[in-house]
Ligand binder design. Structure first.
Ligand code: SF4
Length: 186
């Protein structure tokens, strides 16, 4: 069975991706990879990493985790390009570049990413970034539109579900118009 490195940014998207991968005609043996310098702040990054670890354990899948909190690296990558979609294109390139390198290091000829399960991401940009990263490392980026895939409920049960994409800019966009208070108004 061919090994495939699966870049994962959260447990629920990983569940969707595994469902999509399981329906492929070719049989793959997934190796989960965590490397997400775009997730902020630190506690959010830890919550998502913990959930991905728990899912990998439940699914009995190997996990390669780069546990460096990459805030500075992310800020440098997007500096001067803070508005989407330019920011996101750089973010995809950063993460998929790491994933492609990890795929080569792990002996995987193919890699993919949970980004392709998201209804909120730019799939054309993801595909371009994945293919460029793959070409640079001599591995193939498997693109599929798995937006409609559904995770196995048992695999993702009770696992942390994030409310924004990842970076501090997306956290602002998600909550700036809410009326949520930290405590009830007097
Ligand atoms: S919104 Fe998401 S994809 Fe775009 S830069 Fe932020 S974390 Fe990356």
């Amino acid at each position: 069975m061919e090994k495939i490195l699966v870049h994962a940014c959260c447990a629920h998207c990983l569940g969707k991706l595994l469902a999509g991968l399981g329906a492929e005609p070719a049989a793959y043996a997934p190796v989960v990879y965590w490397g997400n310098p775009n997730i902020h702040p630190l506690i959010e990054w830890r919550r998502r990493l913990k959930a991905v670890k728990m899912l990998a354990e439940r699914a009995k899948l190997p996990l390669i985790a780069d546990e460096t909190y990459g805030l500075v690296e992310f800020c440098r990558a997007v500096h001067g390009h803070e508005a989407a979609p330019e920011r996101c294109a750089r973010c995809y390139a950063l993460r998929l570049g790491r994933a492609a390198k990890a795929a080569r290091g792990a002996g995987c000829r193919v890699f993919t990413s949970t980004l392709v399960t998201s209804r909120h991401q730019d799939h054309a940009l993801i595909r371009a970034a994945g293919e460029a990263a793959g070409a640079a490392e001599g591995v193939e980026f498997l693109y599929r539109d798995w937006r409609a895939a559904e995770a196995d409920g048992d695999l993702v049960e009770m696992l942390y579900h994030q409310q924004y994409c990842g970076c501090i800019f997306s956290e602002y966009d998600r909550f700036k118009d809410t009326t949520t208070h930290l405590w009830p108004a007097r």
